[in-house]
Design a protein around this ligand. Structure first.
Ligand SMILES: [Zn+2]
Length: 436
Protein backbone atom coordinates (compact mmCIF):
# COMPACT_ATOMS: atom_id res chain seq x y z
CA UNK A 1 0.00 0.00 0.00
CA UNK A 2 2.79 2.43 0.85
CA UNK A 3 4.82 4.21 -1.74
CA UNK A 4 8.15 3.38 -0.08
CA UNK A 5 9.37 6.89 -0.61
CA UNK A 6 8.44 6.89 -4.28
CA UNK A 7 6.87 9.97 -5.87
CA UNK A 8 3.24 10.83 -5.14
CA UNK A 9 0.93 13.19 -7.00
CA UNK A 10 -2.09 14.69 -5.25
CA UNK A 11 -4.49 15.59 -8.04
CA UNK A 12 -7.50 17.83 -8.43
CA UNK A 13 -7.66 19.36 -4.95
CA UNK A 14 -7.76 22.90 -3.61
CA UNK A 15 -4.47 23.75 -1.92
CA UNK A 16 -5.06 25.86 1.19
CA UNK A 17 -2.09 27.97 2.31
CA UNK A 18 -1.70 31.12 4.42
CA UNK A 19 -1.57 33.14 1.21
CA UNK A 20 -4.88 31.73 0.00
CA UNK A 21 -6.44 28.89 -1.93
CA UNK A 22 -5.68 27.61 -5.42
CA UNK A 23 -6.63 24.65 -7.56
CA UNK A 24 -3.37 22.77 -8.05
CA UNK A 25 -1.76 19.35 -8.15
CA UNK A 26 1.00 18.61 -5.64
CA UNK A 27 4.04 16.52 -6.57
CA UNK A 28 5.87 14.92 -3.65
CA UNK A 29 9.31 13.31 -3.95
CA UNK A 30 11.94 12.31 -1.41
CA UNK A 31 9.83 13.41 1.54
CA UNK A 32 9.31 16.93 0.25
CA UNK A 33 6.89 18.88 -1.85
CA UNK A 34 8.59 19.27 -5.21
CA UNK A 35 6.03 21.21 -7.25
CA UNK A 36 2.63 22.80 -6.77
CA UNK A 37 0.97 23.67 -10.09
CA UNK A 38 -2.22 23.14 -12.08
CA UNK A 39 -2.47 20.20 -14.47
CA UNK A 40 0.64 18.30 -13.37
CA UNK A 41 -1.48 15.17 -13.71
CA UNK A 42 -1.67 15.41 -17.49
CA UNK A 43 2.00 16.36 -17.92
CA UNK A 44 3.44 13.45 -15.92
CA UNK A 45 3.46 9.76 -16.89
CA UNK A 46 0.58 7.62 -15.63
CA UNK A 47 1.16 5.45 -12.57
CA UNK A 48 1.00 2.35 -14.79
CA UNK A 49 3.74 3.83 -16.98
CA UNK A 50 6.12 4.38 -14.05
CA UNK A 51 4.78 7.81 -13.07
CA UNK A 52 4.01 8.97 -9.53
CA UNK A 53 1.36 7.27 -7.42
CA UNK A 54 -1.91 9.24 -7.71
CA UNK A 55 -3.98 10.40 -4.74
CA UNK A 56 -7.23 11.81 -6.07
CA UNK A 57 -8.32 14.96 -4.20
CA UNK A 58 -11.27 16.05 -6.31
CA UNK A 59 -13.58 18.28 -4.26
CA UNK A 60 -11.16 18.20 -1.33
CA UNK A 61 -8.91 20.60 0.56
CA UNK A 62 -5.15 19.93 0.54
CA UNK A 63 -3.31 21.43 3.51
CA UNK A 64 -0.52 20.77 5.97
CA UNK A 65 -1.52 17.84 8.16
CA UNK A 66 -2.96 18.52 11.60
CA UNK A 67 -0.97 18.85 14.82
CA UNK A 68 -2.50 17.78 18.12
CA UNK A 69 -1.15 19.63 21.15
CA UNK A 70 -2.83 17.26 23.57
CA UNK A 71 -2.75 13.47 23.11
CA UNK A 72 -2.78 10.96 25.95
CA UNK A 73 -1.05 7.99 24.38
CA UNK A 74 -1.00 6.00 27.64
CA UNK A 75 2.37 4.40 26.97
CA UNK A 76 4.37 3.62 29.04
CA UNK A 77 2.24 2.21 31.84
CA UNK A 78 -1.40 2.24 30.65
CA UNK A 79 -1.13 0.01 27.60
CA UNK A 80 -4.44 -1.68 28.43
CA UNK A 81 -6.12 1.59 27.34
CA UNK A 82 -3.92 2.72 24.42
CA UNK A 83 -0.42 2.34 23.02
CA UNK A 84 1.67 4.75 20.99
CA UNK A 85 1.09 2.45 18.00
CA UNK A 86 -2.72 2.46 18.34
CA UNK A 87 -2.87 6.18 19.11
CA UNK A 88 -0.74 6.79 16.02
CA UNK A 89 -3.25 4.88 13.91
CA UNK A 90 -6.12 6.95 15.28
CA UNK A 91 -4.14 10.13 14.73
CA UNK A 92 -3.30 9.32 11.11
CA UNK A 93 -6.93 8.48 10.33
CA UNK A 94 -7.89 11.80 11.91
CA UNK A 95 -5.59 13.68 9.53
CA UNK A 96 -2.86 14.39 12.06
CA UNK A 97 0.82 14.44 11.17
CA UNK A 98 2.08 15.12 14.67
CA UNK A 99 0.93 14.70 18.26
CA UNK A 100 2.31 16.10 21.48
CA UNK A 101 2.28 13.17 23.91
CA UNK A 102 1.03 14.16 27.35
CA UNK A 103 3.30 13.27 30.28
CA UNK A 104 0.92 11.52 32.70
CA UNK A 105 2.32 8.12 31.84
CA UNK A 106 3.73 5.61 34.31
CA UNK A 107 6.56 6.32 34.77
CA UNK A 108 5.85 9.98 34.04
CA UNK A 109 7.70 11.82 31.26
CA UNK A 110 9.87 13.68 33.75
CA UNK A 111 13.30 12.60 32.50
CA UNK A 112 15.21 12.09 29.26
CA UNK A 113 14.97 8.28 29.32
CA UNK A 114 11.17 8.22 29.29
CA UNK A 115 10.91 11.09 26.83
CA UNK A 116 13.28 9.30 24.43
CA UNK A 117 11.32 6.07 24.82
CA UNK A 118 8.08 7.83 23.83
CA UNK A 119 9.71 9.48 20.82
CA UNK A 120 11.23 6.16 19.72
CA UNK A 121 7.94 4.29 20.03
CA UNK A 122 6.44 6.99 17.80
CA UNK A 123 9.16 6.42 15.20
CA UNK A 124 8.58 2.66 15.37
CA UNK A 125 4.86 3.14 14.75
CA UNK A 126 5.91 5.35 11.83
CA UNK A 127 2.55 7.01 11.12
CA UNK A 128 2.80 10.41 12.82
CA UNK A 129 5.49 12.46 14.54
CA UNK A 130 5.22 11.84 18.28
CA UNK A 131 6.62 14.83 20.17
CA UNK A 132 6.84 14.05 23.90
CA UNK A 133 6.04 16.77 26.38
CA UNK A 134 7.98 16.89 29.61
CA UNK A 135 6.69 17.23 33.15
CA UNK A 136 6.98 20.52 35.03
CA UNK A 137 7.53 18.67 38.33
CA UNK A 138 9.01 15.28 39.15
CA UNK A 139 6.33 12.61 38.98
CA UNK A 140 3.80 15.44 38.40
CA UNK A 141 3.71 15.71 42.19
CA UNK A 142 3.79 19.51 42.15
CA UNK A 143 6.66 19.89 44.60
CA UNK A 144 10.03 19.48 42.85
CA UNK A 145 10.96 20.88 39.44
CA UNK A 146 11.73 18.27 36.77
CA UNK A 147 15.09 18.45 34.93
CA UNK A 148 14.03 20.97 32.27
CA UNK A 149 17.53 21.52 31.01
CA UNK A 150 18.28 17.94 29.98
CA UNK A 151 14.80 17.40 28.53
CA UNK A 152 15.02 20.64 26.56
CA UNK A 153 18.41 19.50 25.25
CA UNK A 154 16.67 16.30 24.13
CA UNK A 155 14.21 18.37 22.10
CA UNK A 156 11.26 18.82 24.47
CA UNK A 157 9.53 22.12 23.76
CA UNK A 158 6.36 21.91 25.88
CA UNK A 159 6.36 21.21 29.61
CA UNK A 160 3.20 20.38 31.53
CA UNK A 161 1.89 18.41 34.49
CA UNK A 162 -1.35 17.87 32.57
CA UNK A 163 -3.92 15.93 34.50
CA UNK A 164 -2.86 18.15 37.38
CA UNK A 165 -2.56 21.89 37.59
CA UNK A 166 0.59 23.15 39.31
CA UNK A 167 -0.94 24.32 42.58
CA UNK A 168 2.07 25.94 44.26
CA UNK A 169 2.70 29.50 43.01
CA UNK A 170 6.33 29.35 44.11
CA UNK A 171 6.97 26.27 41.96
CA UNK A 172 5.12 27.84 39.04
CA UNK A 173 7.07 31.07 39.28
CA UNK A 174 10.39 29.21 39.32
CA UNK A 175 9.29 26.97 36.46
CA UNK A 176 8.47 30.02 34.35
CA UNK A 177 11.85 31.55 35.10
CA UNK A 178 13.63 28.37 33.95
CA UNK A 179 11.39 28.12 30.91
CA UNK A 180 12.20 31.65 29.86
CA UNK A 181 15.96 30.99 30.11
CA UNK A 182 15.64 27.79 28.06
CA UNK A 183 13.21 29.20 25.49
CA UNK A 184 10.63 26.49 26.13
CA UNK A 185 6.90 26.86 26.81
CA UNK A 186 4.93 25.77 29.87
CA UNK A 187 1.42 24.42 29.33
CA UNK A 188 -0.97 24.63 32.25
CA UNK A 189 -3.95 22.48 33.13
CA UNK A 190 -5.87 25.17 35.01
CA UNK A 191 -7.58 23.60 38.01
CA UNK A 192 -7.39 24.70 41.63
CA UNK A 193 -7.74 21.23 43.08
CA UNK A 194 -9.16 22.34 46.43
CA UNK A 195 -12.24 23.52 44.56
CA UNK A 196 -12.81 20.33 42.57
CA UNK A 197 -12.42 17.53 45.10
CA UNK A 198 -14.83 14.72 44.33
CA UNK A 199 -16.33 16.54 41.33
CA UNK A 200 -17.77 14.56 38.45
CA UNK A 201 -19.33 17.33 36.32
CA UNK A 202 -19.71 21.10 35.88
CA UNK A 203 -21.12 22.87 38.95
CA UNK A 204 -24.37 24.53 37.95
CA UNK A 205 -28.09 24.03 37.49
CA UNK A 206 -27.62 20.65 35.91
CA UNK A 207 -25.41 19.27 38.69
CA UNK A 208 -27.89 20.54 41.31
CA UNK A 209 -30.77 18.86 39.51
CA UNK A 210 -28.88 15.59 39.19
CA UNK A 211 -27.45 15.77 42.70
CA UNK A 212 -23.89 15.27 41.46
CA UNK A 213 -20.80 16.98 42.91
CA UNK A 214 -19.70 19.90 40.76
CA UNK A 215 -16.43 21.29 39.32
CA UNK A 216 -16.96 25.07 39.38
CA UNK A 217 -15.77 27.35 36.58
CA UNK A 218 -13.91 29.46 39.14
CA UNK A 219 -11.43 26.60 39.72
CA UNK A 220 -10.17 27.13 36.16
CA UNK A 221 -10.46 30.90 36.19
CA UNK A 222 -8.41 31.41 39.37
CA UNK A 223 -5.39 29.47 38.12
CA UNK A 224 -5.59 31.10 34.70
CA UNK A 225 -5.60 34.57 36.31
CA UNK A 226 -2.72 33.68 38.61
CA UNK A 227 -0.60 32.32 35.79
CA UNK A 228 -1.23 35.30 33.54
CA UNK A 229 0.11 37.50 36.33
CA UNK A 230 3.16 35.21 36.58
CA UNK A 231 3.65 35.49 32.81
CA UNK A 232 3.47 39.27 33.12
CA UNK A 233 6.12 39.17 35.84
CA UNK A 234 8.52 36.63 34.30
CA UNK A 235 8.09 37.32 30.59
CA UNK A 236 7.99 33.58 29.90
CA UNK A 237 5.56 32.27 27.30
CA UNK A 238 2.72 30.08 28.42
CA UNK A 239 0.08 27.89 26.84
CA UNK A 240 -3.30 27.17 28.46
CA UNK A 241 -4.68 23.69 27.93
CA UNK A 242 -8.33 22.81 27.25
CA UNK A 243 -9.97 26.05 28.43
CA UNK A 244 -13.63 25.42 29.11
CA UNK A 245 -15.38 28.52 30.47
CA UNK A 246 -16.74 31.72 28.96
CA UNK A 247 -14.81 33.77 31.51
CA UNK A 248 -11.54 32.07 30.49
CA UNK A 249 -11.99 33.31 26.92
CA UNK A 250 -12.45 36.88 28.19
CA UNK A 251 -9.32 36.64 30.35
CA UNK A 252 -7.16 35.33 27.51
CA UNK A 253 -8.53 37.99 25.16
CA UNK A 254 -7.55 40.68 27.65
CA UNK A 255 -4.06 39.20 28.16
CA UNK A 256 -3.46 39.08 24.41
CA UNK A 257 -4.66 42.66 24.04
CA UNK A 258 -1.99 43.58 26.57
CA UNK A 259 0.62 41.81 24.42
CA UNK A 260 1.40 39.02 26.88
CA UNK A 261 2.99 35.88 25.36
CA UNK A 262 0.09 33.51 26.02
CA UNK A 263 -1.64 30.96 23.80
CA UNK A 264 -4.66 28.76 24.44
CA UNK A 265 -6.52 25.73 23.17
CA UNK A 266 -10.05 24.32 23.34
CA UNK A 267 -11.10 20.73 22.76
CA UNK A 268 -13.64 19.46 20.23
CA UNK A 269 -15.91 18.22 23.04
CA UNK A 270 -16.02 21.59 24.79
CA UNK A 271 -17.31 23.24 21.60
CA UNK A 272 -19.86 20.54 20.78
CA UNK A 273 -21.32 19.03 23.99
CA UNK A 274 -22.82 20.47 27.19
CA UNK A 275 -23.24 19.36 30.80
CA UNK A 276 -26.79 18.25 29.95
CA UNK A 277 -25.18 15.06 28.59
CA UNK A 278 -24.51 14.01 32.20
CA UNK A 279 -28.27 13.55 32.62
CA UNK A 280 -27.63 10.15 31.00
CA UNK A 281 -25.26 9.33 33.91
CA UNK A 282 -22.99 7.84 31.25
CA UNK A 283 -19.30 7.94 32.15
CA UNK A 284 -18.54 8.62 28.46
CA UNK A 285 -19.34 12.25 29.21
CA UNK A 286 -17.14 12.55 32.32
CA UNK A 287 -14.10 14.58 31.33
CA UNK A 288 -11.71 17.00 32.99
CA UNK A 289 -12.34 19.92 32.76
CA UNK A 290 -16.02 19.00 32.56
CA UNK A 291 -18.52 19.70 29.80
CA UNK A 292 -19.98 23.14 30.55
CA UNK A 293 -23.11 25.12 29.67
CA UNK A 294 -24.31 26.25 26.24
CA UNK A 295 -23.21 29.79 27.11
CA UNK A 296 -19.67 28.51 27.67
CA UNK A 297 -19.80 26.50 24.45
CA UNK A 298 -20.82 29.57 22.48
CA UNK A 299 -18.04 31.71 24.01
CA UNK A 300 -15.45 29.04 23.26
CA UNK A 301 -16.63 28.83 19.64
CA UNK A 302 -16.47 32.61 19.30
CA UNK A 303 -13.00 32.68 20.87
CA UNK A 304 -11.79 29.98 18.51
CA UNK A 305 -13.26 31.74 15.50
CA UNK A 306 -11.70 35.14 16.29
CA UNK A 307 -8.27 33.71 17.23
CA UNK A 308 -8.42 34.45 20.97
CA UNK A 309 -8.15 30.70 21.30
CA UNK A 310 -5.25 29.66 19.08
CA UNK A 311 -5.74 25.95 18.66
CA UNK A 312 -8.17 23.07 18.66
CA UNK A 313 -6.54 20.20 20.61
CA UNK A 314 -8.15 16.84 21.20
CA UNK A 315 -7.29 15.87 24.79
CA UNK A 316 -7.64 12.34 23.36
CA UNK A 317 -7.93 10.29 26.57
CA UNK A 318 -8.55 6.57 26.05
CA UNK A 319 -9.70 4.42 28.96
CA UNK A 320 -10.22 0.67 28.86
CA UNK A 321 -13.84 -0.47 29.11
CA UNK A 322 -13.49 -1.88 32.63
CA UNK A 323 -12.30 1.53 33.84
CA UNK A 324 -15.13 3.53 32.27
CA UNK A 325 -17.60 0.80 33.29
CA UNK A 326 -17.80 2.05 36.88
CA UNK A 327 -20.08 4.58 38.50
CA UNK A 328 -19.55 8.27 37.76
CA UNK A 329 -17.49 8.98 40.85
CA UNK A 330 -15.08 6.09 40.28
CA UNK A 331 -14.67 6.22 36.48
CA UNK A 332 -11.65 8.17 35.21
CA UNK A 333 -12.34 11.35 33.22
CA UNK A 334 -11.58 11.48 29.51
CA UNK A 335 -12.83 10.73 26.01
CA UNK A 336 -11.41 9.83 22.63
CA UNK A 337 -10.82 12.63 20.15
CA UNK A 338 -8.32 11.95 17.38
CA UNK A 339 -10.58 10.33 14.79
CA UNK A 340 -13.44 12.81 15.27
CA UNK A 341 -11.66 16.16 15.73
CA UNK A 342 -12.01 17.36 12.15
CA UNK A 343 -15.62 16.17 11.95
CA UNK A 344 -16.47 18.10 15.11
CA UNK A 345 -14.58 21.20 13.98
CA UNK A 346 -16.40 21.32 10.65
CA UNK A 347 -19.81 20.61 12.21
CA UNK A 348 -19.67 22.69 15.39
CA UNK A 349 -16.90 25.31 15.50
CA UNK A 350 -18.63 27.79 13.22
CA UNK A 351 -15.16 28.47 11.75
CA UNK A 352 -14.44 28.79 8.05
CA UNK A 353 -12.26 26.01 6.64
CA UNK A 354 -9.20 28.23 6.58
CA UNK A 355 -9.59 28.98 10.30
CA UNK A 356 -10.02 25.25 10.99
CA UNK A 357 -6.69 24.54 9.26
CA UNK A 358 -5.05 27.38 11.16
CA UNK A 359 -6.36 26.09 14.51
CA UNK A 360 -5.59 22.44 13.79
CA UNK A 361 -2.26 22.77 11.96
CA UNK A 362 -0.49 26.11 11.62
CA UNK A 363 -0.98 27.46 15.14
CA UNK A 364 -0.40 24.23 17.10
CA UNK A 365 2.74 23.49 15.06
CA UNK A 366 4.12 26.88 16.07
CA UNK A 367 3.14 26.44 19.74
CA UNK A 368 4.76 22.99 19.85
CA UNK A 369 7.87 24.22 18.03
CA UNK A 370 7.48 21.57 15.30
CA UNK A 371 9.28 23.14 12.36
CA UNK A 372 8.46 20.34 9.89
CA UNK A 373 4.73 20.73 10.47
CA UNK A 374 2.17 23.42 9.79
CA UNK A 375 4.08 24.55 6.71
CA UNK A 376 2.49 25.88 3.55
CA UNK A 377 2.21 23.39 0.69
CA UNK A 378 4.97 24.77 -1.52
CA UNK A 379 8.16 23.57 -3.18
CA UNK A 380 10.72 22.50 -0.57
CA UNK A 381 8.33 22.01 2.35
CA UNK A 382 8.43 18.71 4.24
CA UNK A 383 5.62 16.57 2.81
CA UNK A 384 3.26 16.39 5.79
CA UNK A 385 -0.04 16.74 4.01
CA UNK A 386 -3.73 16.00 4.65
CA UNK A 387 -6.46 15.80 2.02
CA UNK A 388 -9.95 16.20 3.43
CA UNK A 389 -13.53 16.83 2.42
CA UNK A 390 -15.63 19.51 4.12
CA UNK A 391 -18.93 17.98 3.02
CA UNK A 392 -21.06 15.05 4.08
CA UNK A 393 -22.57 14.06 7.43
CA UNK A 394 -21.57 10.95 9.36
CA UNK A 395 -21.62 9.36 12.80
CA UNK A 396 -18.90 7.46 14.51
CA UNK A 397 -19.44 3.74 15.09
CA UNK A 398 -17.58 1.63 17.64
CA UNK A 399 -16.30 -0.56 14.77
CA UNK A 400 -14.57 2.40 13.12
CA UNK A 401 -12.43 3.11 16.19
CA UNK A 402 -8.81 2.03 15.87
CA UNK A 403 -7.84 3.15 19.37
CA UNK A 404 -7.52 0.38 21.90
CA UNK A 405 -10.45 1.87 23.86
CA UNK A 406 -13.85 2.96 22.55
CA UNK A 407 -14.82 5.72 25.01
CA UNK A 408 -16.08 8.14 22.37
CA UNK A 409 -18.94 10.57 23.11
CA UNK A 410 -19.87 10.89 19.42
CA UNK A 411 -21.90 7.78 18.61
CA UNK A 412 -25.15 9.79 18.55
CA UNK A 413 -23.76 13.03 17.18
CA UNK A 414 -23.68 14.18 13.54
CA UNK A 415 -20.17 15.03 12.34
CA UNK A 416 -19.10 16.58 9.06
CA UNK A 417 -16.49 16.15 6.33
CA UNK A 418 -13.79 13.53 6.38
CA UNK A 419 -10.13 12.72 5.99
CA UNK A 420 -9.35 11.13 2.64
CA UNK A 421 -5.54 10.91 2.38
CA UNK A 422 -2.58 11.61 4.66
CA UNK A 423 1.06 11.87 3.65
CA UNK A 424 3.62 11.78 6.45
CA UNK A 425 7.24 12.63 5.59
CA UNK A 426 6.47 11.80 1.96
CA UNK A 427 4.93 8.42 2.79
CA UNK A 428 1.26 7.71 2.10
CA UNK A 429 -0.08 6.57 5.48
CA UNK A 430 -3.81 6.97 4.74
CA UNK A 431 -5.30 6.52 1.26
CA UNK A 432 -9.03 6.74 0.56
CA UNK A 433 -9.73 6.91 4.30
CA UNK A 434 -7.92 3.61 4.90
CA UNK A 435 -4.69 3.14 6.86
CA UNK A 436 -1.78 1.74 4.91
ZN1 LIG B 1 -5.69 18.42 31.38
Amino acid sequence: MGNNGGPVLVTGGTVLNRSGESRADVLITDGRVERVAPNLDSSLPAESAGGPRRLVADGCVVSSSFVDLHTHMREPGREESETIATASRAAALGGFGACVAMPNTDPAQDNVAVVEFVRLQGERAGLVTVAPSGCITVGRNGTQLAPFHSMAAAGVRLFTDDGNGVQDPLIMRRALEYARELGVTLAQHCEVSRLTEGAVMHEGCCSSRLGLPGWPAIAEVLMLQRDIELVRETGASMHFLHLSTARSVEIVRQAKNEGLPVTAEVTPHHISLTDEKLATFSTLFKVNPPLRTMEDVESLRAGLADGTIDALATDHAPHAAHLKDQDLSAAPPGMLGLQTALGVALAYSGCATRRVVEAMSWSPAAIAGLDDHGRDIEAGSPANVVVFSTEGSWRQTPESIVSKSINSPYFDVDLKGGVRHVVHRGEVVVAGGVLR
